[in-house]
Design a binder for this molecule. Structure first.
Ligand code: GLC
Ligand code: GLC
Length: 812
């Protein structure tokens, strides 16, 4: 069952029914100012940091679902009836409801009692504000007397404090109202130099800034007192719960339309110009006023919207493909690229599953997100790499997370997630392959943001790998520390206290538990660093790193193999995890994919055996599961992974992030059919038909889909903020379609499913546009390339001095 449809032409998903299985959301704003918006206008906004600069409130885990948002009320003043054109919060039976989620905007439209209401929400490029562009149209042949109310509930900036510290924060709120602009300025009197504003293009009949005055005691957002009575009390809240509500009345002739602009935004004043007149407590509005005046103009709004649309032409224009499969085209050309932008911006901080409070920018996560983002805005990827490297520790390890506002490592979480540092090497490699910007390696970057500790970025990469070498276990495999990529495989924790953090509590750091996943990552990372060293002319180091890579591959073959597939780990007692000898959790997916990607066991059929085992034991109709059989009980020595009921999360769900590793591995073995098959099992568009089961948005990946042992196999959770986006983008574009940036140029090496006869693509790369046509003439994967009509050797297109090149690849 579907709840809408894709409109690829407009790059939109159109939702045709408001009560989707879960709120289906979109993101407004792609840089400093960011908003989450659901298909019924729920969600919230923040500036840079979802925890520390939250503009509006949202209540997670609420009933009814999805309460708190950008709500408008329309009121028929003849009948007294009122409703919300976005369905929530009044939940009327709307006609012609449609929500169009597009690239950085959402348009919600509906008809009720002969009145069409349409709201277009977006953030103009480069601005710290969101526009709500309301149009009301009278579709009847009667004159209609109407009221409109807007509403937001302000957050007192720090979202955690806002939701916990009521003894203080019921006494801090302050606002100002000037004309049709409501200013939220809590804590501005003391250490903040920023405030929020909520403006309206209409003269007001009244306003509210005190929640209770608007809603009425013990009344809710579905029936605010002020809307019921059509009168605002012009409340100026001091303390309490600040809201912003505009009220205006208007008349619509038959067929007449009215357009009204609302702006919700964030502004900072210079510290010494906070007040006007100086010495008063009145907000200095001189800086913000021109911005407000500008964007209250509908023409400016229309232009800004066009600029936003155009900017996405450019960003998505880096790669466009035309393959025989519509789900591939749609995801590659539009939605996965878009999701990669969002994950790059937010890491795992703010979605409808991440509360915007708990998790800042993850070191491991952000490095991986970059793999799917780097081609879109390389400059921002560069900045991110330098930010991440600056949170690295002097021993080469890394802070697991940092807060975007401060860019400093989160001490509460700490380090010792032993896979973290290698991901930096892999992201820098991807950056170099895309951009050819070798100067980045010479950038001086501190450790732990401590001035005086700077070394070159290249030295950071060396220390990252040194950290792994300094932390090897009894078999010569890397020690796992708190956890490797799988945060829930906690082999040193032995946690028996409720609520204790599985990741950050180390009870037994016995230096025995080892990770085959880190071994594979190290093998890959050292190989990349060898190539980087060769490129910068450090031949001896190149040999050194290649040797390290080969040695680790050898160690993995010796001690990381289990007769049938790659082992997952050794636990605290030195026993194998993910072995056929285990009672449960006999086989894990991560090492099968990653070891093959690292080239381990390619020659002696280990890799092939491992991937065959994946197909046999881990593949189900909804994707490839993380492990089998699931853990049926809690195991003290395994930790959080066994805390989940079977089929959920790391305990044997289809943990989608890992699936592209298997796809890539399949292409390395030359098995394009299998690779595409796995891709389509989790491809959200391909699962659209199953929306009532899948429940999450059909246009973005979710972190997990419940596995075959779950209560509801096929049900997805945790959509949007997952490494699945970047890795799937890499798997389909670079490995199946085979359009793969390399250090010395663009490589074209597709491994296609047999039934695909051809496809086309256009890729912008290092200033050149490559028009690529791939034609299958035989059943294998041998590639012959012609560049501008001339045959070339191999699969790497040499540097060209032109702006456009045609490439034809014949596959035999
Ligand atoms: C609250 C706090 C307390 C503080 C008091 C006065 O009761 O819990 O710590 O001393 O306010 O500010
Ligand atoms: C989550 C985390 C990621 C981790 C994965 C597996 O997606 O964000 O860092 O690798 O879970 O545990």
């Amino acid at each position: 069952m579907r709840f809408g449809y894709f409109n690829d032409e407009e790059r939109e998903y159109v939702i045709t029914q408001p009560d989707t299985p879960l709120p289906w959301i979109n993101y407004l704003g792609m840089n400093d100012y960011i908003g989450l918006i659901s298909n019924t206008a729920g969600g919230y906004s923040f500036y840079q940091d979802a925890r520390l600069r939250r503009l509006t409130r949202y209540r997670y885990n609420n009933v009814p679902l999805d309460m708190g948002g950008r709500y408008l009320y329309l009121r028929d003043n003849q009948s007294g009836e009122f409703w919300s054109p976005t369905w929530m919060p009044t939940r009327h039976d709307l006609e012609d409801y449609r929500c169009r989620h597009g690239m950085g905007y959402t348009i919600i439209n509906s008809v009720y009692r002969g009145l069409r209401g349409e709201v277009r929400y977006f953030v103009p490029l480069g601005q710290s504000l969101e526009v709500w562009d309301l149009t009301v149209e009278n579709l009847t042949d009667e004159v209609r007397e109407l009221s409109a109310f807007s509403s937001v509930e302000f957050c007192l900036w720090d979202a955690l404090d806002d939701a916990t510290n009521f003894q203080r924060n019921l006494n801090t709120a302050e606002v100002e109202v000037a004309g049709s602009v409501i200013f939220h300025k809590t804590e501005y009197r003391e250490r903040r130099d920023h405030f929020a504003f909520f403006a309206c293009s209409e003269p007001l009949a009244g306003f509210e800034t005190q929640r209770e005055s608007f809603l009425g005691p013990y009344q809710g957002w579905e029936n605010p007192r002020a809307v019921e009575e059509d009168v605002c009390s012009n409340s100026l809240t001091v303390g309490g719960s600040p809201v912003g509500v505009h009220h205006f009345r208007f008349t619509l002739q038959p067929g007449e339309k009215k357009r009204v602009i609302f702006l919700l935004g964030y502004h900072e004043n210079p510290v010494d110009e906070k007040f006007s007149p100086p010495g008063s407590q009145t907000l200095n509005k001189r800086g913000v006023r021109p911005i407000i005046d500008k964007y209250l103009n509908p023409e400016v709004v229309d232009q800004a919207f066009e600029v936003l649309r155009k900017s996405w032409d450019d960003v998505l224009g880096v790669l466009q493909v035309d393959t025989p499969n519509e789900h591939v085209n749609r995801m590659v050309n539009i939605w996965t690229a878009y999701q990669c932008m969002v994950t790059f911006n937010l890491s795992r901080s703010a979605s409808y599953f991440e509360s915007g409070i708990g998790r800042g920018m993850g070191f491991r996560d952000s490095n991986q997100d970059l793999l799917g983002f780097v081609q879109m805005v390389p400059d921002r990827a560069r900045g991110r790499i330098l930010d991440l490297a600056a949170t690295q520790l002097e021993d080469g390890g890394a802070h697991h997370q940092y807060q975007p506002l401060t860019k400093r490592g989160n001490d509460a979480i700490g380090s010792n997630f032993n896979d973290d540092p290698v991901w930096l090497v892999l992201s820098v490699a991807a950056y170099l392959k895309e951009t050819d910007d070798w100067e980045i390696l010479e950038e001086l970057v501190p450790y732990e943001n401590k001035p005086g500790t700077e070394t070159s970025l290249l030295a950071h990469l060396e220390r990252a790998l040194q950290y792994i070498q300094d932390n090897l276990g009894p078999h010569g495999l890397p020690l796992i520390g708190r956890a490797d990529w799988n945060d829930c495989l906690n082999l040193n924790t032995f946690s028996d206290k409720p609520g204790e953090s599985f990741q950050t509590t180390i009870n037994q750091d016995g230096k025995v538990a080892e990770s085959v996943v880190i071994a594979a990552l190290f093998t890959m990372g050292a190989k990349e660093l060898a190539q980087i060293m060769a490129h910068v002319g450090r031949e001896e180091d190149a040999i050194h790193y290649q040797n390290l890579s080969d040695d680790m591959a050898g160690t993995t073959q010796l001690f990381g193999w289990d007769d049938y597939w790659f082992l997952r780990a050794y636990d605290h007692f030195g026993n194998a995890v993910g072995s056929h000898s285990c009672a449960e959790g006999k086989i894990f997916v991560e090492p099968q994919g990653l070891c093959t990607m690292a080239g381990i066991g390619l020659e002696d059929d280990m890799a092939k055996g491992a991937l065959d085992a994946v197909e046999r034991y881990l593949a189900c109709e909804h994707g490839v599961m993380l492990l089998q059989p699931p853990y049926s009980q809690y195991y003290l020595h395994l930790g959080e992974i066994s805390s989940y009921p079977p089929g959920y999360k790391e305990n044997a769900s289809v943990f989608c992030h890992t699936n592209p590793w298997v796809m890539i591995a399949e292409t390395i073995l030359g098995r394009g059919d299998k690779a595409l098959d796995y891709y389509l099992r989790i491809n959200p568009s391909n699962r659209e038909e199953l929306s009532d089961l899948h429940r999450c948005e059909p246009y973005v990946y979710a972190q997990m889909i419940a596995g075959k042992d779950a209560d509801r196999p096929g049900e997805a959770k945790n959509s949007w903020l997952t490494g699945t986006a970047a890795w799937n983008f890499v798997a389909i574009t670079q490995w199946i379609l085979g359009i793969r940036p390399d250090y010395d140029g663009l490589r074209i090496a597709p491994v296609l499913p047999e039934e695909w006869k051809d496809f086309r693509a256009a890729r912008k790369y290092r200033g050149v546009t490559y028009d690529i046509e791939v034609v299958r003439e035989g059943g294998g994967n041998d590639v012959s390339l012609m560049v501008d009509g001339n045959s070339i050797e191999g699969t790497l297109i040499p540097k060209v001095d032109k702006e456009r090149v045609t490439v034809k690849a014949i596959i035999r």
